[in-house]
Design a protein around this ligand. Structure first.
Ligand SMILES: *Cc1c(COP(=O)(O)O)cnc(C)c1O
Length: 391
């Protein structure tokens, strides 16, 4: 029996070299040599106006919520099918997360439901590019512009994903990237806040929030001769050691993406025959206008019973698969906010019937064949169970 992990971090081999170099440079706190290199790399590769490195996507989201001046009584629309961080950023400012439905074919925010939930209190929308496949940003931006609300992209899954040639994270007012160990390109913990506005005042405000409420960033650029406390802020700068690790990862962005695509395409080729069967509802589709970074490969089953059975059987064969987000509206915190588990039926249905398969550069052809063979066996045994019931 093979033993196949759900996720394995790809290492380019340069990580140690850059980390050692960062240590030798002697400035291992925030905004050192590697932090600058990584920001530049992101800004150049994705043609971004400004990318501020942060300690996480969670913190990038918090910064964005502060930058739009979110306050008590405001509402922010987001999918329920996301990580708690998306909603926490809003709650921290005293505002209310308003959960909207996702689309059946992408599990991304449904633009029509987003529009229907806009009220006079709505201040922003946070589309989440699920699995690295972009939301319908043309529609979302159009609705947001018409209603004068901010767009903050939760692009935690979507570094190196595109929509009509535009990079994820570069399409809204703000974009939030994650370099958490579970994502495609990693520093263990890490993130970035992308600021798409050219407004110098806004960028400076972000720098102040990120630097403990001081204008140290301007001081480091030599624009002022000392720095002082000028506003509210926290500490959202990652250590340069982590950015050295991330620099090694980002240099291999195209290789890592190509390897993930190989795995994704192999699953799709070999599993699409099961779409005709009784168990699988949907496999991921990458529409022509949406260039994916292949963050997730999922199987969406007809119901939870089948999903749970497949998960258990894969585990018994040494294969680590996983379900995903538990809808926020139906969580204990969602209930405290006044939501009911029965709200958002499609989100509930998707969350309970989704299974993610291993996807990472190191996954070999032999391992992939083993996983596909295991699924074939499991579907055969499910077919037999169905026949027995019918007899
Ligand atoms: C991973 C993730 C986050 C949080 O990222 P961190 O860098 O771990 O803070 C936020 N939103 C979504 C959709 C995520 O998947």
């Amino acid at each position: 029996m093979l033993k196949i992990d759900f996720n394995k971090t790809y290492l380019s081999g340069k990580e140690n070299e850059y980390i050692t170099d960062a240590l030798q440079r002697g400035s291992i706190s925030g905004d050192g040599y590697y932090t600058a290199r990584v920001s530049e790399l992101l800004e150049e590769k994705f043609d971004l106006n400004r990318a501020l490195m942060t300690t996480s996507a969670t913190h990038a989201l918090e910064m964005a919520a502060q930058l739009i001046g979110l306050k008590t009584g405001d509402e922010v629309i987001m999918p329920s099918f996301t990580f708690s961080s998306t909603a926490n950023a809003v709650l921290k400012e005293g505002a209310r997360p308003v959960f909207a439905e996702i689309k059946r074919n992408s599990f991304n925010l449904d633009p029509a439901d987003f529009e229907s939930k806009i009220t006079s209190k709505t201040k922003a929308v946070i589309p989440v590019h699920y699995a690295g496949i972009s939301c319908e940003m043309d529609l979302i931006r159009e609705i947001a512009a018409k209603n004068d609300i901010y767009v903050i992209e939760d692009a935690a899954h979507a570094v190196n994903s595109f929509y009509n040639g535009e990079p994820a994270g570069g399409m809204g007012d703000f974009g939030c990237y994650s370099f958490h160990g579970s994502k495609n390109f990693v520093s263990g913990e890490g993130g970035a806040l992308v600021i798409n506005s050219q407004q110098q005042k806004l960028i400076q405000k972000a720098e102040v929030i990120r630097e403990k409420g001081t204008n140290r960033s301007r001081f480091l650029r030599g624009e002022i001769d000392k720095y002082s406390w000028v506003g509210e802020g926290s500490s959202y700068l990652p250590s340069d050691i982590l950015m050295a690790l991330l620099f090694a990862q980002l240099q291999e962005i195209d290789y890592i993406t190509a390897q993930r695509k190989r795995v994704f395409d192999y699953y799709n080729q070999n599993l699409k025959k099961f779409l005709d069967g009784d168990f699988i509802d949907l496999l991921p589709v990458v529409p022509a206008v949406k260039k994916s970074n292949y963050h997730i490969y999922y199987l969406k089953f007809k119901n939870q019973k089948i999903r749970d059975f497949v998960l258990k059987e894969l585990k018994a064969r040494g294969i680590e698969a996983a379900f995903h987000f538990q809808p926020l509206h139906a969580s204990p915190m969602g209930k405290k906010l006044g939501y009911q588990a029965e709200d958002l039926q499609l989100t509930n249905q998707v969350a309970s019937s989704l299974l993610r398969l291993p996807i990472y550069p190191e996954l070999s052809r032999r391992e992939l064949d083993y996983i596909i063979q295991a699924l074939e066996e499991i579907f055969c045994s499910l077919n037999r169970q169905v026949e027995e019931v019918n007899d």
